[in-house]
Design a protein around this ligand. Structure first.
Ligand code: ZN
Length: 188
């Protein structure tokens, strides 16, 4: 699945959860998107891989594309890393939850690709395909394009319904925290 489809589907699915749990903030929206793109870091040709070529190349060499990064253990491990970073920089721990949500959504979305993913590796290395190999999309194909358009339509409808942009406030305090932390750690 391409990055824009991952984003459209993840945001369309998660927006009602963000609203109902009173968690609609720019910070949560950003980490949700990062989580939704993160697993493809194991693929240097992906959107995130192209932006972090050295990390991505080593990830691919270490784990392979759709290797352990695309699994439950990968989700737990990288969420723990994010949690650690958030604690280090005094940022909202909530962000780890929404990162995990995005990550998890990515795995579910990839599970509807033709070959699915191996959720339980390294314990059980077989791929699991959620559509019982009958319902699937082809990456970059017409079926994915259709998913993208439907998800985008749902997303736009929701954005208008909840008047999303009127509800968001810019996370000045969080950004200030990070800047201060970096200043204190490296410049004093
Ligand atoms: Zn993926």
């Amino acid at each position: 699945m391409q990055y824009k489809t991952h984003l459209a589907v993840t945001y369309a699915a998660a927006l009602p959860m963000l609203v109902s749990s009173d968690s609609l903030t720019i910070g949560n929206l950003v980490v949700l998107g990062v989580g939704a793109l993160f697993p493809d870091i194991d693929h240097p040709g992906s959107f995130i891989g192209k932006r972090l070529p050295i990390v991505s190349d080593s990830m691919r060499k270490l784990f392979g594309h759709r290797g352990i990064v695309h699994s439950l253990i990968g989700a737990v491990f990288f969420t723990a890393v994010v949690r650690f970073l958030l604690m280090t920089f005094d940022l909202p721990i909530d962000w780890a939850t929404w990162f995990l949500m995005g990550f998890f959504a990515h795995l579910v979305e990839d599970s509807f690709s033709k070959h699915g993913i191996a959720w339980l590796q390294p314990i059980y290395n077989k791929n699991i395909q959620f559509g019982l190999k009958q319902v699937y999309y082809t990456t970059g194909g017409g079926s994915e394009l259709a998913i993208f358009f439907v998800a985008s339509a749902i997303l736009i409808y929701q954005i208008v319904q909840i008047d999303l942009f009127a509800q968001l406030t810019f996370p000045f305090l969080e950004i200030q925290n990070v800047v201060n932390q970096i200043k204190n750690t490296y410049f004093i």
